[in-house]
Design a protein around this ligand. Structure first.
Ligand code: SF4
Length: 591
C-alpha cells in the first residue's frame, strides 16, 4: 500500500500492515494466489484452514500465496476515498493483480463480503462483467460450497471437498494451461471441481427446481491418510490478537455421531484420525516454531478420539514440562470424566461448555444427539467436583417436532444442574450461561427437507423460556431471528439468489455475520426488487422427491440415507454412531 498515513487514522493499523513473524514474502513467483477470507483479519487469522492452505501453496518455491481480508468499515472508507484498491498483506499488491483469488466460505453470511472484496479489489463482482482472462480466476471452497448455487454468478470455479487434496493439482493445471477457457474445460474434469457455467438449471411453475443438467455429479475430494497429509510446521504469529491466538493441532476429521441438524457432521465424513505420534510431533513443532504457550486440539468432537486419555497423557507430558497450556474446545459431555478433567486442568482452569442442544430426551432422540440427562448431569458433576463453577450450555430452539414441553425441558435441565452444583460444587457461586440459537436447516443433513420455524413461533418459545428462568445466576443469550433466517435462505438457495445477493451488496450489505453491520431491511428491499419471497427458501418443507438445488453435488452421503434418517427423526428413533454400528450412509468406509 502506498499511502501509509491513513493507517494513523484507523483502529488497530497492524491489521493492514503484514510483516508478522512467519509471513512468507516472495519477490518472484510463476503464479500468485490471493487467499481471501471474507471477514476481518482477527477472524480470518484464527482459521486453521487458512493457515494450512497458506503454507501448502507457499511450500512450492515458484508459487506465492498472500492473505487478503475484509478491512473494517473505518479502513474500507478511507481506502475508498483515496481510491486504494483492496490489497494483500504480504506485498501490498492489489487483488486484481493476482492470477487467482481463492475465497474460503465458512458461513453463508459472508456472501456480500465476497462481492465487496472483489469490487474493492478492482474486480467486477459479476462474472458476466469480467470477460476473458483479464481478471484473476475467482475460486471458492469451504463448507458453504456444498451448495454453491447462490454464488454461481460470481465464482468461476468451486472446489468441493478438502483443500489439501486438490489445491496444488488445480494450481499446476492453471500454471500449465494458456487460456482461461481451456483451463476451465480441463479443470472440470478434475474430481471435486465444479465449474458452474457448464451446468444449467431449469425451474417448475411452482418455482422449485425442475432439472440440473448435465446430470454428471461433482464428487467431494477427501484426504484418505491424515498422517501423510500436509500440515504446517509453523504459523504466522499476528501482531493484533485474533479471536483464537494459539497453536492449533488437528486431531481428527469427520464425526462418528450423526447429529441430524449438524451439517459439518455429514459433509466432513468419513471419520479419520491422526495417530498420537503425529499429533505430538505437530504440536511440538508448532509450539517450538511459533513460541505459543497455548495449544488447542481441533476437531468436530475431540473427545471421540479413539484413545483420548492416552493422547492427552502424551501431550500433557510435553506441555506440562514446557509450561504450555492445552485446551480441548469440543468436548462431548458424555466423554467428560475425571481423567480428562485432570489432564485439561493441569495448566488451565476455565468455564466448561457443553451442548445438550435440546431440553428433553424425546427431542434429543429426534436430533440423534445420543446423550441422556444422566450423561449431562454426570458430566456437570465431574466438573463441579473438580472445582469448576461456570458452565455454558448451548441449546437450539425451533428443532423439528419441538413443543412447549421441550422448551420447558430446557428450564428443568438448568434447574437440575443448579441443584447439583449446590450439592457437590465448590463454595463459590455457580454461573450458568445459556445460549439459545435458532435452528437453521442445512443441505446434506437429514433435516434438509424441514421448514425453518417461523419468527412468531421462535419469539414465543424464547419468551416462554425467559419467563421461567428467574435466577440471576443464569444468563440467557439468544440469537436474533433475522440473521438465522438469512442463513436459512442462503444455505438452501438456488441460482436465482445471485441477483438478490448482488442487490443487497449494492445497497451496502457487508460483514453480515456481525450484528453491528447486519441490516435486514436492506436484504428485504433486495428481495422485493426481484420479486423473490425469501420464505420460499427458509420456511418451506421440501418433498423427498423435490430436485434440490445442490442435487448435482455428491458429498458421499446418499439421498436414501438422509431420507431414512429424516423419517427416523419423526419417529424419535436414534441411529447408533459409526463406531457402534455402521448406518450405511453411503461411504462404504468398511467399519
Ligand atoms: S459408511 Fe458407516 S461407518 Fe462410514 S461414515 Fe457412513 S455410517 Fe459411518
Amino acid at each position: 500500500m502506498n499511502n501509509e498515513k491513513i493507517l494513523l487514522g484507523v483502529q488497530r493499523p497492524a491489521r493492514y500492515t503484514g510483516g508478522e513473524f512467519g509471513e512468507v514474502v516472495k519477490e518472484n513467483a510463476d503464479l500468485r494466489f490471493a487467499l481471501c477470507f471474507p471477514d476481518t483479519y482477527e477472524i480470518g487469522m484464527s482459521h486453521l484452514g487458512m493457515k494450512i492452505l497458506y503454507s501448502l501453496i507457499n511450500s512450492r518455491d515458484n508459487y506465492a500465496c498472500e492473505r487478503v481480508f475484509m478491512p473494517y468499515p473505518d479502513m474500507a472508507q478511507k481506502m475508498k476515498d483515496r481510491n486504494i484498491p483492496l490489497f494483500a498483506l504480504e506485498s501490498g499488491r492489489s487483488l486484481c493483480d493476482f492470477d487467482i483469488a481463492g475465497f474460503s466460505l465458512q458461513y453463508e453470511m459472508c456472501y456480500t463480503t465476497v462481492l465487496a472484496m472483489l469490487e474493492s479489489g478492482g474486480i467486477p463482482a459479476q462474472k458476466s462483467h469480467r470477460g476473458g482472462g483479464k481478471y484473476p480466476l475467482i475460486i471458492a471452497g469451504g463448507p458453504c460450497v456444498c451448495n454453491p448455487e447462490p454464488l454461481c454468478d460470481f465464482i468461476d470455479l468451486f472446489v468441493i471437498g478438502e483443500g489439501e487434496e486438490i489445491t496444488l493439482e488445480l494450481l499446476d493445471l492453471y500454471h500449465n494451461t494458456h487460456s482461461r477457457g481451456d483451463f476451465l474445460k480441463k479443470a472440470a474434469l478434475i474430481g471435486g471441481v465444479y465449474v458452474p457455467e457448464f451446468y444449467n438449471t431449469e425451474y417448475n411453475d411452482d418455482l422449485t427446481v425442475k432439472s440440473i443438467s448435465p446430470d454428471t455429479k461433482i464428487t467431494k475430494r477427501i484426504v484418505k491418510d491424515l498422517d501423510g497429509m500436509f500440515f504446517p510446521k509453523s504459523f504466522i504469529v499476528p501482531f493484533v490478537e485474533p479471536v483464537h491466538d494459539r497453536a492449533v493441532t488437528e486431531v481428527l476429521r469427520g464425526c462418528i455421531r450423526g447429529c441430524r441438524f449438524c451439517q459439518a457432521g455429514f459433509i466432513y465424513r468419513p471419520y479419520r484420525e491422526k495417530s498420537g505420534g503425529v499429533i505430538l510431533e505437530q504440536t511440538r513443532a508448532l509450539c517450538e516454531n511459533t513460541g505459543y504457550d497455548e495449544v488447542s486440539l481441533c476437531s468436530l468432537s475431540t473427545s471421540d478420539y479413539s484413545n483420548i486419555e492416552e493422547l492427552l497423557g502424551r501431550l500433557t507430558d510435553y506441555t506440562d514440562r514446557n509450561g504450555i497450556s492445552l485446551s480441548l474446545p469440543s468436548l462431548r459431555i458424555d466423554k467428560f470424566n475425571g481423567e480428562v478433567l485432570r489432564r485439561i486442568k493441569s495448566v488451565r482452569k476455565s468455564g466448561l461448555t457443553f451442548a445438550p442442544e435440546a431440553g428433553t430426551q424425546r427431542l434429543r432422540d429426534v436430533i440423534n444427539k445420543n446423550i441422556t440427562e444422566e450423561n449431562i448431569l454426570s458430566g456437570c458433576k465431574t466438573a463441579f467436583q473438580g472445582g469448576y463453577s461456570a458452565v455454558k450450555l448451548y441449546f437450539m430452539l425451533g428443532l423439528p417436532t419441538e413443543t412447549d414441553g421441550d422448551v420447558a425441558g430446557i428450564y428443568s435441565l438448568i434447574e437440575k444442574i443448579m441443584r447439583l452444583f449446590k450439592e457437590v460444587g465448590p463454595k463459590k457461586g455457580i454461573s450458568v450461561s445459556v445460549s439459545l440459537a435458532t435452528f437453521v436447516p442445512k443441505p446434506f443433513t437429514p433435516f434438509q427437507y424441514e421448514p425453518m420455524t417461523s419468527r412468531e413461533e421462535i419469539e414465543g418459545k424464547q419468551k416462554l423460556l425467559m419467563s421461567m428462568v428467574k435466577s440471576r445466576k443464569v444468563k440467557i443469550s439468544r440469537s436474533g431471528y433475522n440473521t438465522s433466517f438469512m442463513e436459512a435462505v442462503l444455505a438452501r438457495g438456488d441460482r436465482r439468489l445471485g441477483q438478490v445477493i448482488y442487490s443487497a451488496y449494492k445497497k451496502g450489505c457487508v460483514l453480515d455475520a456481525w450484528d453491528d453491520y447486519f441490516d435486514f431491511n436492506k436484504w428485504r428491499e433486495a428481495f422485493g426488487e426481484h420479486g423473490i419471497d425469501p420464505a420460499f427458501y427458509a420456511n418451506r418443507r421440501r418433498d423427498y422427491n423435490e430436485v434440490l438445488p445442490w442435487s448435482h453435488i455428491d458429498t458421499g452421503v446418499s439421498r436414501e440415507f438422509l431420507i431414512r434418517e429424516n423419517k427416523l427423526a419423526h419417529e424419535s428413533k436414534t441411529t447408533p454412531n459409526c463406531r457402534e454400528k455402521c448406518a450405511n450412509c453411503g461411504f462404504n468406509c468398511g467399519r
